[in-house]
Design a protein around this ligand. Structure first.
Ligand code: ZN
Length: 401
């Protein structure tokens, strides 16, 4: 039956993706892969051969402490190289990474040097061209991943009108880059891009359902549910910062009252703390004083923890997430006390609190998170393409079923 054939093909495709993803973190022998995937030796062999043929993985000797060696499968980092462009409100970064996510080079330009959106893309393209020329990285050029504050039209690859980012309004980023580099371009909201990279390069695949919570001048969130990015209405991201925690609270620009962002955004918490003690005029000052045990600073930090805990409890009671990963340069300054307080409060308040708990973590992505979050977009897009596996799927289907 046709539907049966379709489902079987999807299952095979899913097996290929699981196979590739299992090899992201550590090389494995064919026997280990078979056990990990629950596949027969023959089925493991077919998938491995096809992926080696496609160039995505390789097989070679594996050394343990210079003594024992056996043949293992691993990602072929030289399969391709990928460009990444991170558009931020202060600066624009460009970088190059290999297929395994090793950042090979990166540069940035201050946004104040650019006079328009197309000019910014022209200048950063020059940087990328220079890096490609100087590095001459191995493999094919897969394309360019771009992350930007939203809202965006991800389908057309155009930036819409993000607040405080007037320079880039209505800039057709994807078409400018694809015309210049003759390659695929993918544009994604910056919080979404970070969450996708966090899954692989930060959490090493540990959680399938988590929230990446970006706390800075606003409060933004991205969701990975069952291993996939949850996409709201095209590029507008999720409105968790506009979860109300006080129905009688002040009116927010979104039209609601008492949104969590109005209390928990870093400038807001510093503003409120400064009224009680003028020396608490920044998040850094609050954290330093709280770590020294000063009462007013501890109160301010505790308020921030309570606001964010309410947001997280509301979200996790609906979505049943396993973890929340905090991101944002300022909020990650000496984060242990804040995160421990949030974790305690969240796990006290969530529904069925005795039976589950939610981990609260700082972002785990090593250096170059901004570039990795962009290059990863393109790698993910490539691995999502069904045609890549179509020959392999056909072959393994004729072996099985
Ligand atoms: Zn709001």
């Amino acid at each position: 039956m046709e539907t049966h054939g379709l489902n079987a093909a999807r299952m095979k495709e899913r097996n290929y993706r699981r196979f590739i993803n299992a090899l992201r973190f550590k090389p494995m022998t064919r026997a280990q892969m078979g056990r990990e995937m629950g596949l027969t030796r023959a089925a493991t062999g077919v998938i491995a051969e096809n992926l080696i043929f496609a160039g995505v993985i390789r097989e070679g000797p594996l050394h343990y402490q210079g003594q024992y060696s056996s043949k293992a499968l691993f990602w072929n980092k030289d399969f391709c190289h990928i460009g990444g462009i991170n558009l931020g409100r202060d600066s624009i970064k460009a970088g190059l990474a290999d297929f395994s996510g090793n950042v090979l080079d990166s540069r940035h330009i201050p946004i104040s040097e650019c006079c328009s959106g197309p000019d910014a893309i022209h200048r950063i393209s020059l940087c990328l061209e220079q890096m490609l020329e100087a590095r001459k990285p191995a493999g094919r050029f897969l394309g360019i991943g771009v992350a930007s504050p939203g809202p965006l039209n991800t389908e057309s690859g155009t930036i819409l009108k993000p607040p405080s980012f007037d320079l880039m309004w209505n800039c057709p980023v994807s078409s400018l880059l694809s015309d210049r580099f003759h390659c695929d371009v993918v544009l994604e909201n910056d919080a979404n891009a970070l969450a996708m990279a966090e899954r692989w390069y930060g959490l090493n695949g540990k959680y399938d359902r988590f929230m990446e919570l970006l706390v800075d001048t606003g409060v933004g969130a991205a969701l990975i549910l069952d291993g996939r990015l949850y996409i709201g209405s095209a590029g507008f991201g999720n409105g968790f910062g506009h979860t109300s925690i006080d129905m009688n609270g002040p009116r927010c620009v979104c039209g609601n009252n008492g949104c969590v962002e109005m209390y928990a955004a870093i400038p807001r918490i510093a503003e409120a703390a400064k009224k009680t003690d003028p020396s608490l005029d920044s998040w850094r000052a609050i954290v330093d004083a709280a770590c020294d045990g000063e009462a007013l600073a501890l109160q301010a930090l505790n308020n921030e923890a309570q606001y964010l805990a309410l947001l997280i409890v509301n979200a996790s009671n609906v979505l049943n997430i396993q973890a929340v990963v905090f991101a944002g340069e300022q909020v990650l300054y000496r984060p242990a006390l804040l995160l421990a307080t949030v974790e305690q409060e969240v796990n006290r308040r969530i529904a069925a609190s005795g039976e589950r708990s939610i981990a609260i973590l700082p972002s785990q992505i090593p250096d170059n998170a901004k570039i990795l979050s962009c290059t990863n977009l393109m790698a993910e897009k490539y691995l999502e393409q069904p045609f890549m596996f179509s020959d392999a799927v056909k072959q393994s289907e004729s072996d099985g079923d």
